[in-house]
Ligand binder design. Structure first.
Ligand code: PLP
Length: 342
């Protein structure tokens, strides 16, 4: 039985031409900043995000942790969404390593608003923790922030001298889906991280972008937490290839996700908010069943996915073709509510 892997967009394997670029990469010692491929990738990332400098880090989690460490730190509060990756999926690093305190906001669809955040900014007082940062995740659950909402949050941050970090693990999905250039989206943030190893299809790595001064500090923190890599140009070459060849095609992942979402709605047994399927992520539920039960049934039919107590997540990706998407839709159409009892 063929398996269709919709667990995440992290599962993709480097395409043959990406592997060729990796094999041919010029390399050097990146801890000494002597790797030409890493240097080139960092310049590309800085230019594309409109920031002064960028640094290649091993993962999105590291790209989030470093700004939390530098711009928030011990005993400082970070306003972020309750479902954000930094709260839910980074093993508590923001507190365990950076020492920061998450203030979780439960706004609809994952999207923070300046109006909700403003009352949470603490006044300066001898007995209060310092509010240091607003962290926005874009996309969050596949949903893109409207630009005006981001700009209002940026304005709030300026008024209160807060730093803004954007977890843009899927920043390129947000840009392709909205048609807004990445540098325009990232303009409200002091620091932004985006992942090469998700929709863009590189095997490893993320970029962290910010001011020259911030990136100099980030270089030291990266080394401190064991993230200094040596001949990392082999990986950077994959990142360069991804930025040059895999951005525009994200629209295909988005179209495939929409096709699957529409098919799920047609089945009659699935519940989902179509307006939230804006990029490559679909969340749905089957009333009367847990997400785990639904996952169990789908896996038996060849669709790999993740289910939690309530919902199931499907993520379209570079390794799922249009034909694969049709096959997934055909499997979904054949399923009946009674199949989830097994
Ligand atoms: C929104 C978001 N941020 C950060 C990360 C962390 O990326 P990594 O797995 O490379 O640490 C992920 C990973 O899935 C993510 O989805």
């Amino acid at each position: 039985m063929k398996l269709y892997d919709l667990r995440s967009d992290t599962i993709t394997k480097p395409v043959p031409n990406m592997r060729k670029a990796m094999a041919a990469a010029e390399v050097g010692d990146d801890v000494y900043q002597e790797d030409p491929s890493v240097n080139r990738l960092e310049e590309m990332a800085a230019t594309l995000t409109g920031k002064e400098r960028a640094i290649f880090v091993s993962s999105g989690s590291m790209g989030n942790l470093i700004p939390l460490f530098i711009n928030a730190g011990r005993g400082a509060e970070v306003l972020t969404h309750a479902n954000s990756h930094i709260i839910q999926h980074e093993v508590g690093a923001m507190s365990a390593i950076a020492g920061a305190i998450p203030i979780a906001v439960n706004s609809p669809r994952g999207l923070l608003t300046a109006a909700e955040l403003e009352p949470l900014v603490k006044p300066r007082a001898y007995d209060l923790a310092r509010t240091a940062m607003i962290e926005v995740e874009n996309t969050i659950g596949g949903v893109c922030y409207p630009l005006s909402q981001l700009q209002e949050i940026g304005g709030l941050a300026k008024r209160y001298s807060l730093s803004v970090h954007m977890d843009g693990a899927r920043l390129w999905n947000a840009s392709v889906a909205t048609g807004i250039p990445v540098d325009t989206i990232a303009a409200m943030a002091d620091t932004v991280t985006f992942c090469l190893s998700k929709g863009l299809g590189a095997p490893v790595g993320s970029m962290l972008c910010g001011t020259e001064e911030f990136i100099a500090q980030a270089r030291a923190v990266r080394k401190m937490i064991g993230g200094g890599m040596r001949q990392a140009g082999i990986l950077a070459a994959a990142g360069i290839y991804a930025l040059e060849h895999h951005v525009v095609r994200l629209a295909e992942d988005h179209a495939n996700a929409r096709k699957i979402a529409l098919t799920l709605l047609e089945t009659g047994w699935a519940k989902l908010e179509l307006e939230n399927v804006q990029t490559n992520i679909i969340f749905f539920s089957v009333p009367g069943f847990t997400g785990q039960q639904v996952e169990h049934t789908l896996v038996k039919k060849g669709i790999l996915c993740f289910g939690d107590r309530e919902e199931v997540r499907l993520v379209t990706n570079l390794d799922l073709s249009v034909e694969d998407t049709e096959a997934v839709c055909a499997i979904l159409r054949e399923l009946n509510l009674s199949d989830f009892n097994t």
